[in-house]
Ligand binder design. Structure first.
Ligand code: TXA
Ligand code: MG
Length: 311
């Protein structure tokens, strides 16, 4: 079984899960229900696949994404868990709780997933379709809500189709249960309120605090206080490097590094945070980057670069 070319939607079934896992393995994106909302999933270890999520959503900036895993062992392979985090996982997983944890160095997660942060948001979902896809693909799956940027989170396959257009493959398993995105917790701080309430968290942790930015933290992409920014000054729209600059090229502009020699904005998005980390670690005190066309996913790249250049 494979997704049809016209209105690529398959109802939940073992062959449909196989088709979705094949699409994921090929670097594609698939909309899949969770118990909260439909997510737009891709292999979290494949930077180009993750870039396709942002491109499909038309997100004007890069928000770090939640990584979905099949079990606690898979979660612990990606991030460090302390006693509090283990207690929360024990109490609420599988379920609508996302834990922000320190990223393990050997996690293998694409830097675009975490937007270059040294933490990662992880969730072990309860929904049969997402669980089956995780098992069949054998990959951690990055998945934001499956709606166009600025749109409402989808609770039905028809919402996804209406929001993301005719091309996105959808695994249809009916309406989701919660209809509200998962609760996000970092340490003992609630970054986003959700189905797992403060009272429920308090029962496990003793006490919790509301995050200072909640709930704006999720509605205003890129507002995260901890958002990765290079330590060195960054000059935008550069076509040539000064002697003390590390130039990140694009297309015809060649530098010490390139986001995409062929000028492909999706490839550029996939490589952006790795390139910024490499530039920061280089022996040159200043950074410069070639112009990236402001269209499609280029909006998100330019938004990120403007933030990185403002200090
Ligand atoms: O219920 C849900 O959580 C759904 C389903 C599909 O799992 N997913 C979802 O993803 O709502 P999204 O991308 O719409 O929201 C993820 C939010 C980001 O906006 C960001 O605020 C937060 O998770 N986040 C991700 N990584 C983070 C990190 N390392 N530190 C702090 N916040 C993080
Ligand atoms: Mg969302």
């Amino acid at each position: 079984m494979r997704f049809p070319d016209h209105d690529p939607t398959l109802a939940f079934s073992p062959p449909a899960i196989r088709a979705a896992a094949d699409a994921i393995a090929a670097g594609g994106i698939v909309a899949v229900p969770t118990e909260t909302v439909y997510g737009l999933a891709a292999d979290a270890t494949d930077a180009a696949a993750v870039a396709r999520i942002y491109a499909a959503k038309g997100r004007p900036s890069f928000n770090p994404l939640i990584v979905h895993v099949p079990d606690l062992a898979a979660a612990r392979a990606l991030a460090e868990f302390d006693a509090d985090a283990l207690a929360l996982a024990e109490a609420f997983w599988p379920g609508p709780l996302t834990l922000v944890r320190p990223l393990r160095k050997d996690a293998g997660i694409a830097s675009l997933v975490t937007a270059g942060l040294d933490t990662v948001a992880i969730r072990l979902p309860r929904h049969r379709a997402m669980q089956a896809l995780l098992a069949a693909s054998g990959r951690p799956l990055a998945a934001p809500s499956a709606n166009a940027s600025g749109g409402i989170s989808p609770t039905r396959a028809a919402h996804v189709r209406a929001s993301l257009g005719p091309a996105v493959p959808i695994l249809d398993d009916g309406a989701t249960e919660a209809g509200l995105e998962s609760t996000i917790v970092a340490g003992r701080t609630i970054l986003r309120p959700g189905p797992v309430t403060a009272a429920m968290l308090t029962q496990v942790l003793g006490d919790v605090e509301q995050g200072p930015q909640a709930p704006a933290i999720v509605t205003a992409p890129g507002q995260l206080a901890s958002h990765y920014a290079p330590r060195k000054p960054l000059r935008l729209n550069a076509t040539q490097a000064a002697a003390d600059e590390w130039l990140i090229g694009f297309g015809a502009v060649k530098g010490q590094d390139s986001l995409s020699a062929s000028g492909d904005p999706v490839e550029a998005a996939a490589r952006l945070f790795d390139a910024l980390h490499r530039a920061d670690a280089s022996d040159r005190p200043r950074l410069a980057i070639a112009p990236i066309p402001i269209e499609g996913i280029g909006h998100a790249i330019n938004d990120r670069l403007r933030r990185a250049a403002t200090r």
